[in-house]
Write a protein that binds this ligand. Structure first.
Ligand SMILES: [Zn+2]
Length: 443
């Protein structure tokens, strides 16, 4: 029987509780109790109300689910949102994004751009995101201050980048930051070789040795386009994924972002090595990069998570919208309307993201013992009526404007759609100032 020792910090009473694990379950008239930032109770409402709780919150017409996990992005690139649109990947990178980065990206850019990205993501129901961008130490500080959870992938390229002259310097910085943040409760440092065509074998071998020593993850763009695969075949005589396998990089700690090109041999490699795939459908669509065969991967047992990619190629950090796109696209690519149903789509946007990042014992589902990373979606609007299956309604008929409350490790970061820690007005003014500078209207 609950007593004072088992008192809760917070008891939530939503209309629908979707734990994601077990799969496909929707609990009605249930409560969820939190103590010290962790989930300590999930059970029927009548039982929940027997607990003493410092705060009891009714969440009528709301669906409580694990927070969304954005498994790939470049946070500070929000400041390049809409700078160059409607171009193929290499033209976009070489003629627009890389020159803009060389001119504008410094610590202040990363600070302001990351804050903007964090605010947008919290308002969109995201409790954990992966960032792969320059000045990762600055990004880590912004994550620390904001209260959100993140995996920070240190960018490694074989040419100079903002903040590091070469791959060795980036690696040294990475090892140092990994050590500094090893025990941080909300930040996980990983290594982010940019792509097979920007990082040579020598650097990749060093990354393999270091990540094995540290038991760290690797986050990398792989097989983003058919051109990337073709070029590798011509120049090296092997496909990029096969090369990564030969170098010993693939494995449960490897996160392969994009994977729009998958041969039968590639699929075998992914399955045998237990490598995760991060699917970024809207970026792939916008850059006409190709289609990741999500259903084929899922049926083969590959862990597939979902990410928005950076705001310069999407152009938003809306993971709920991204998941809807993924669910629709999966059906078209598979030629089957049963591909990636709504419940599996939500799992892809939560637990699979956690699994890709090695955080599945901590977040990704609403289970006793896990951190209380949660989002409450308001399904009371006309656009959600009537409700037969609230998860179907969430994936196919709900936008991120229905995100009402959000918690990370039990701390409320969004309350009635308002950010509790970040100043929305200030963020908007700062972003507009950057926009004016970058577009050349003012210095
Ligand atoms: Zn990317």
């Amino acid at each position: 029987m609950p007593n004072r020792e088992t008192a809760l910090d917070l008891l939530l009473l939503p209309t629908w509780l979707v734990p994601v694990e077990p799969a496909g379950v929707v609990l009605k008239d249930h409560g969820l109790g939190i103590r010290d930032g962790r989930i300590v109770f999930i059970g029927p409402r009548a039982q929940a109300l027997k607990y003493q709780a410092a705060e009891i919150r009714e969440l009528p017409d709301m669906l409580l689910s694990p927070g969304l996990i954005n498994a790939h992005g470049h946070a500070a690139m929000t400041l390049f949102r809409g700078l160059a649109d409607d171009l193929p990947l290499m033209t976009w990178l070489e003629n627009h994004i890389w020159p803009a980065e060389a001119k504008w990206v410094d610590e202040a850019f990363v600070r302001d751009g990351t804050d903007l990205a964090i605010a947008e993501q919290i308002k969109g129901g995201i409790t954990c995101f992966c960032d792969m961008y320059f000045f990762p130490k600055v990004a880590s500080e912004r994550v620390h201050n904001s209260g959100i959870r993140a995996q920070i992938a240190l960018p490694i390229l074989d040419f100079p980048i903002p903040g590091a002259h070469n791959a060795d310097e980036a690696l040294r910085q990475g090892v140092e930051l990994f050590g500094d943040l090893k025990h941080h409760p909300r930040i996980k440092i990983t290594f982010g070789p940019h792509a097979p065509y920007t990082v040579g074998d020598e650097s990749l071998e060093k990354i393999r040795v270091i990540t094995e020593e540290l038991d760290a993850s690797i986050h990398m763009h792989v097989h983003e386009t058919a051109f990337e695969v073709q070029q590798s075949l011509e120049q090296r005589g092997e496909r990029p994924l096969a090369r990564l396998a030969r170098l010993g990089l693939l494995g449960p700690r490897f996160q392969a972002v994009h994977m729009t090109q998958i041969s039968d041999d590639d699929l075998i490699l992914l399955v045998e090595t237990n490598t995760s795939v991060i699917h970024c459908p809207e970026s792939n669509l916008k850059l006409a990069s190709g289609f990741c065969p999500v259903e084929r991967l899922w049926q083969a047992g590959v862990n597939v998570a979902v990410g928005t990619d950076g705001a310069a190629s999407n152009n938003d950090l809306d993971l709920l919208g991204e998941t809807r796109t993924a669910a629709l696209l999966a059906k078209a690519v598979a030629g089957s309307a049963t591909a990636l149903d709504a419940h599996r789509a939500l799992r892809m946007a939560t637990l699979n993201g956690a699994r890709a990042m090695g955080l599945e014992s901590e977040v990704g589902s609403l289970e006793i013992g896990k951190a209380a990373d949660m989002v409450a979606f308001d399904l009371s609007g006309l656009a959600q009526q009537p409700i037969y299956d609230p998860v179907s309604q969430l994936i196919y008929a709900t936008g991120r404007d229905c995100v009402k409350h959000l918690w990370v490790a039990g701390k409320q970061l969004l309350k009635d759609r308002r950010l509790t820690r970040l100043d929305e007005q200030q963020l908007g003014e700062t972003a507009r100032t950057w926009g004016r500078r970058i577009s050349g209207h003012a210095q």
